[in-house]
Design a protein around this ligand. Structure first.
Ligand SMILES: [Zn+2]
Length: 246
């Protein structure tokens, strides 16, 4: 029954209920999240032959610190690339969606992080296709690039993967030292124009170093781009390996 205040002889009780209902509606309105855009933003058209471009890449997530990292990237207006493990995607689907809608690139890093060299073609294909499906289910986006765990790949793996394989030109070694200052130093000083920097968003010291890395790279005149933005002037071939733009 609809509750209407001040009529139908419901008296004080009816009025109180109506007021409570109005307050509930007001609270609901206040709590509504901002409308999400209909689709993830398109890749930016950038000329990385003229701009100083660098692609920051984050492997092995999403994880406990990925949300903080996304906040930092958003505040800075930077785009990055996430090479994700399929097994971590399902529990963090909201983060994977956020990545897509905030302009980052979603990329494949296998389902369970095995060393692919020596595995059968079928087993490699399964690692790739399960992860493609999980990322697509979470975000609606189908990844276009892949990175082999441990950088371990060969011609046979390349054929089975069937996607461009993105390596890196700067290795932060963040997984080993877990040291914020060393992350900042590697992330700011080592990249050259057209470079690809390897980080892991599953480590807290990496995420904590990010604001300093972003501002340091900006001070050096870099534009922070996704992998596909970096390589947009080149045709990336399935199975081939790429470490940097030049
Ligand atoms: Zn990895």
């Amino acid at each position: 029954m609809a509750v209407t205040a001040g009529c139908g002889g419901q008296g004080e009780d009816g009025q109180r209920k109506a007021a409570a209902a109005r307050q509930h509606v007001a609270l609901k309105k206040k709590a509504a999240p901002p409308a999400r855009p209909a689709a993830p933003p398109a890749m930016r058209r950038l000329d990385c032959a003229r701009l100083k471009c660098v692609a920051l890449t984050y492997d092995d997530g999403p994880g406990a610190y990925t949300g903080q990292l996304l906040d930092m990237l958003r505040r800075s207006g930077a785009r990055a690339t996430f090479f994700m493990l399929g097994e971590n995607v399902r529990g963090h689907a909201h983060l994977v969606r956020r990545m897509a809608y905030e302009g980052h690139e979603l990329a494949n890093h296998t389902w369970s992080h095995p060393k692919l060299t020596g595995m059968s073609g079928g087993a490699v294909r399964s690692e790739i296709s399960r992860t493609q499906r999980a990322i697509q289910e979470a975000s609606g986006v189908v990844p276009k690039v892949f990175r082999p765990p441990y950088g371990a790949t060969d011609a046979q793996v390349g054929r089975a993967v069937g996607m461009p394989q993105i390596m890196w030109s700067v290795d932060s070694m963040d997984w080993l030292h877990r040291n914020m200052a060393r992350n900042v130093s590697a992330g700011v000083k080592q990249p050259k124009p057209g470079g690809v920097v390897l980080f892991h968003d599953i480590h807290q010291a990496t995420v904590k170093a990010t604001p300093s890395i972003l501002s340091g790279l900006r001070q050096r005149g870099f534009t922070l781009v996704t992998v596909s933005e970096l390589f947009q002037a080149r045709t990336l071939r399935a199975g081939s390996r790429y470490t940097e733009l030049w």
